[in-house]
Write a protein of this length. Structure first.
Lengths: 385, 220
């Protein structure tokens, strides 16, 4: 049993395939229109996805953080232990990291550096360590930023003095560019006990799973401690990057829609071309379709045959277009994010699916009128030509 | 009982402002195993009459019966079913589909009936027509006579009771025409069908069991 015999069981498919084969140039040109349309839609969509990915990763973990400090109406110069406990009871699904900060000068034989000092227990939650370790509970020892260590010639195990006490260096904080967490500059991280002379915490960082959660947490804390309205009162200053990320996201979504809109115009043009091709070819074959109807082929069967032709154009053009778009996507993601394989993530891949679906949908839609027209032509008129 | 019957059939066309009466009360019948030719000058209504018998068009007045059943007021879909199961068509210009092989063209009327396999019957019909070595040829590789024989096989694939032929020899030379007519004569007996042929061709009437002459929309 050959492939033709198999096709024979789906007569609409067989007839459609043979009909498309009769005028290969016309078929190829109609499919080419669809290919271009799909590439336009899919690559513009993927360009948006790449930009979004890059913007999100640039903002980094900051978007997940809520920073709380004393507000102008607070009677204390920091966040009190009680307030931290209240925040902890308020935020049960995220990590609450209170910190005390100060500044000091560290001097070694190699030189002198002005550093900001952070006293924190859960160092691991805040800092990425490039070597050594950032313990979950920092009780002894110190972390120091890479750059500072290099400048001062400090190595692991070396002592650093703060407030008259010595702390051994157990890890180095990775320096980050851009928006990175505090630590990009000169940073010294000590156990919170080192700053025991400060009664209150300077900042409390809440680390949520994502931007959405962090903005919800920010609202909760705001609502609990502060009062809005006429007699507004700001006991705690609550700050989160989530809002900024939302703005960026909503801008990128708008941009993406605009890009997709531009892309769909080309697919609409392509489907008008298919409409034209299908209409021409059914008009050319009017007599032939009349013969089909005369010998007893039902209207529905003629309709299916012509719709299948349109679907073939859509599927062929769509598949080829999706394949080429994938190549475009690889280049795009490589250029924007530096990692071409990111195109295989759903955020990028879905535009291939969208493009393909659009191609088949638009082709079927364009085939509908010619198919309906051909199927409902009276055989006696069609035979007369 | 006649396989097809026209009873006082009138057909009027609207042509611009005026109404043309192509058939003015025609009575006609054809029986199994008989070859009836319909002759007459151009514009006498021959083709219109053939369209009535072939259920391609419906009369303005009168009754059309197939195997004794009144099909005059059938819907387009019902008429399609009647054509599919009971009527075969042979056209002057053959009208084979160029992208299908001879066998596929013969199978065409039953193509969407995937429940029945007509391949054997199609091959058998083509072999009986002397086209056993042309089964996989597309129409452009067949001569006119061969194409018309494929068309005849196509008309017979669903074992119809009537085969309608519109100038079946019109596009063929006399000798080929003769072989086609020999074929039709043989088939009307083998297959027990009524053959109704419309023609200008004197030759065809030689083969006819009966000839009906149509003049100005009336049987003479």
């Amino acid at each position: 049993m050959g492939p033709t015999d198999l096709l024979w069981r789906y007569p609409s498919v067989l007839m459609a395939w043979r009909n498309l084969g009769r005028n290969r140039v016309r078929t190829a040109l109609a499919a080419l229109g669809i290919v271009i349309g799909v590439i336009a839609i899919a690559s513009l969509g993927m360009a948006g996805a790449a930009l979004q990915y890059q913007a999100t990763s640039d903002l980094g973990s900051l978007a997940n953080e809520v920073t709380v400090s004393a507000g102008p109406d607070s009677e204390y110069d920091g966040v009190t232990e009680e307030q931290v406990d209240e925040i902890r009871s308020l935020v049960t699904d995220a990590v609450v990291v209170p910190q005390k900060t100060n500044r000091t000068t560290i001097s070694t034989r190699s030189g002198e550096a002005f550093v900001s000092v952070t006293g924190v227990t859960q160092a691991s939650a805040l800092y990425e360590v490039s070597s050594g370790d950032a313990p979950d509970r920092l009780e002894t020892g110190a972390l120091i930023s890479n750059g500072t260590a290099r400048q001062l010639g400090l190595e692991r195990g070396d002592p650093v003095e703060y407030d008259g006490r010595l702390y051994r260096i157990r890890g180095f904080i990775e320096s980050e560019g851009g928006f990175g967490p505090p630590g990009g500059g000169n940073e010294l991280v000590l156990p919170v006990s080192a700053l025991a002379d400060q009664d209150h915490y300077d900042t409390v960082t809440v680390i949520a799973a994502d931007g959405e959660q962090s903005s919800r947490i920010a609202e909760d804390i705001e609502a609990h401690f502060n009062r809005a309205g006429r007699d507004e009162e700001e006991i705690l200053n609550v700050f989160s990057f989530a809002g900024a990320q939302e703005n960026i996201n909503s801008f990128l979504n708008t941009l993406n829609l605009a890009l997709l809109g531009i892309g769909s115009i080309s697919l609409i043009v392509a489907s008008v071309a298919i409409l034209n091709v299908m209409l021409m070819s059914t008009i050319e074959r009017r007599g032939e379709i009349g013969v089909l109807r005369a010998v007893g082929i039902r209207r529905g069967e003629v309709l299916r045959m012509i719709l299948t032709e349109a679907a073939f154009l859509g599927v062929i053009g769509g598949a080829l277009g999706a394949l080429l778009s994938l190549a475009v996507g690889l280049v795009l993601f490589d250029l924007v994010t530096g990692d071409p394989t990111l195109v295989f993530a759903w955020a990028g891949l879905r535009y291939l699916v969208v493009g393909f679906g659009f191609a088949v949908g638009a082709s079927l839609l364009s085939g509908l009128y010619p198919a309906w027209k051909a199927a409902n032509d009276r055989p006696v008129d069609a035979l007369r030509g | 009982m006649s396989v097809v019957e026209l009873d006082d059939v009138v057909k009027r066309y609207q042509s611009g402002e005026e109404v043309i009466e192509a058939l003015k009360g025609v009575d006609f019948h054809a029986d199994r195993g008989e070859l009836v030719t319909v002759i007459g000058p151009s514009g006498s209504g021959k083709s219109t009459m053939l369209n009535m018998i072939g259920l391609l068009d419906t009369p303005s007045e009168g009754t059309v019966r197939i195997d004794g059943r009144d099909v005059t007021h059938f819907t387009e879909d019902e008429l399609t079913e009647e054509r599919r199961s009971g009527i075969g068509f042979v056209f002057q210009a053959f009208h084979l589909l160029p992208m299908l092989t001879a066998t596929e063209n013969v199978e065409l009327p039953s193509m969407w009936d995937t429940s029945v396999d007509r391949r054997d019957r199609a091959v058998d019909l083509l072999e009986r027509m002397g086209l056993g070595d042309r089964l996989d040829h597309t129409p452009d590789r067949l001569s006119g006579g061969q194409q018309q024989r494929v068309a005849i096989a196509r008309a017979l694939i669903n074992q119809p009771s009537i085969v309608l032929a519109d100038e079946p020899t019109g596009n063929l030379d006399q000798e080929t025409g003769r072989t086609i007519l020999d074929e039709l004569t043989r088939l009307k007996e083998d297959e027990d069908v009524a053959i109704v042929a419309v023609t200008h061709d004197e030759l065809l009437t030689e083969y006819a069991d009966r000839t009906v002459e149509l003049v100005d929309g009336r049987i003479k």
